[in-house]
Design a protein around this ligand. Structure first.
Ligand SMILES: *Cc1c(COP(=O)(O)O)cnc(C)c1O
Length: 385
């Protein structure tokens, strides 16, 4: 096929067969099981999947193995990330768990990771819940931390919540033969394609920008065909599948992803500029590559900002059409050890804002009021220290 632009792929990938089927909208298949009158042939198809992780040709078998609606989302996301394949899961954390389990099953239980990561990713690695062991390093320490049993290097860029950016080609180089997993949730393929920079796997919390409307939980890994086969085997055995309705909504979300990202990024850049110039704000973080996320530290009480917004919703999560703000030290990164959190740059005065599609002036008016409230709360905040 001719290479097509991202905007075109976002609307057409995973849907090329629809006109031939006499359809315009994507069909939603909610079946959990499928009829099969030839049990011998079915046994052979299952054997082939168990041996190779290759999805059986022909009709699906069981919804924990494969679903045609979700497969369309996987095809489309793989195309947007420039990957051979993608495998979807029930959430971003289910996707990361499958990656860790797939590597651990090969005897590669050691992970090298760079902070900050999303709070629960940090927790999953630090607590070793899946029997993995993590070494936390600065980017410059990656090569030295790699051992014979290292199965993965994991980074986020821009990172949640500080928006710290990494030089992905340099990081990929220091990984040598160990696969680099880049969490691309914040940038999305609209702003950054980590595989082109040398990463071997891309992780998304599809719950965020890919879905884009705050009404669907999902995760996805874009990678080469061989690792995708292993991930499908893990998914089949552990059951963290994406619901077909979620697959439908995520595919629909992808269609508007480039437009949403561009519009929200323009507003975020404007708000970041105003925050950086505001005396009530002591630090503003906005990535060089742009995007719709802003992080900032306030001089006054950060809790008064989340209590003071009226148009903006004080809530965890991000990537929706509406603007959300949250306090990472209390919410998204609460589960990370306090010392580790601070050393990773997540100060107690940091707020993280996911900019939506509202009018920038309406958003600024709301922020302005909330920042004034944080100033009024300032003496209290000082006294309580
Ligand atoms: C939210 C998030 C996750 C976890 O995704 P869920 O869909 O909530 O399981 C992972 N990485 C990043 C960067 C996130 O923001």
């Amino acid at each position: 096929m001719e290479p097509r632009s991202l905007a075109t792929e976002a609307v057409h990938a995973g849907r090329e067969d629809l006109a031939g089927l006499g359809l315009h909208a994507v069909p939603l298949d909610l079946s959990t099981t499928y009829p099969s009158y030839d049990t011998r042939a079915e046994a052979a198809r299952l054997d082939a999947f168990a041996a190779t992780g290759e999805l059986p040709a022909g009709p699906p078998v069981y919804a924990r193995l494969d679903n045609p609606t979700t497969a369309r989302f996987e095809t489309a996301l793989a195309r947007l990330e420039g990957a051979e394949a993608a495998v979807a899961f029930a959430s971003g954390m289910a996707a990361l768990s499958a990656v860790l389990l797939a590597r651990a099953a090969m005897g590669l239980r050691h992970v090298v990771a760079v902070r900050p990561l999303y709070g629960c990713s940090d927790h999953l690695l630090t607590a070793g819940l899946l029997g993995t062991e993590v070494t936390w390093v600065d980017p410059a320490g990656i090569a030295d931390a790699i051992r014979a049993d290292t199965g993965l290097v994991m980074v986020e860029t821009p990172a949640n919540p500080t928006l710290a950016e990494l030089d992905l080609p340099a990081v990929a180089h220091s990984c040598g033969a160990v696969p680099l997993l880049a969490d691309n949730t914040f940038a999305t393929p609209v702003l950054q394609r980590p595989l082109a920079a040398g990463a071997r796997m891309v992780l998304h919390s599809a719950t965020k920008y890919l879905g884009g409307h705050g009404d669907v939980l999902g995760g996805v890994v874009a990678c080469d065909a061989e690792f995708a086969r292993r991930l499908r085997q893990v998914r089949f055995a552990t059951g963290g599948v994406l619901h077909p309705l979620a697959g439908y909504l995520l595919l629909r979300g992808l269609a508007t992803l480039p437009v949403r990202m561009r519009a929200a990024s323009a507003t975020a850049a404007l708000l970041a500029e105003r925050l950086a110039a505001d005396p009530r704000v002591t630090r503003t973080y906005y990535p060089r590559i742009g995007g719709a996320m802003i992080a900032f530290e306030v001089a006054g009480d950060p809790h008064a900002v989340t209590a003071g917004v009226r148009l903006i919703t004080p809530a965890v999560s991000l990537g929706s059409v509406d603007t959300l703000i949250q306090h990472p030290a209390s919410i998204s990164h609460r589960i990370v050890d306090e010392g580790d959190r601070r050393r990773a740059g997540v100060s107690d005065r940091l707020l993280r804002m996911s900019v939506g599609l509202e009018d920038p002036e309406d958003l600024w008016a709301d922020l302005d009021g909330a920042l004034s409230a944080s100033e009024r709360a300032r003496p209290q905040a000082t006294a309580s220290r």
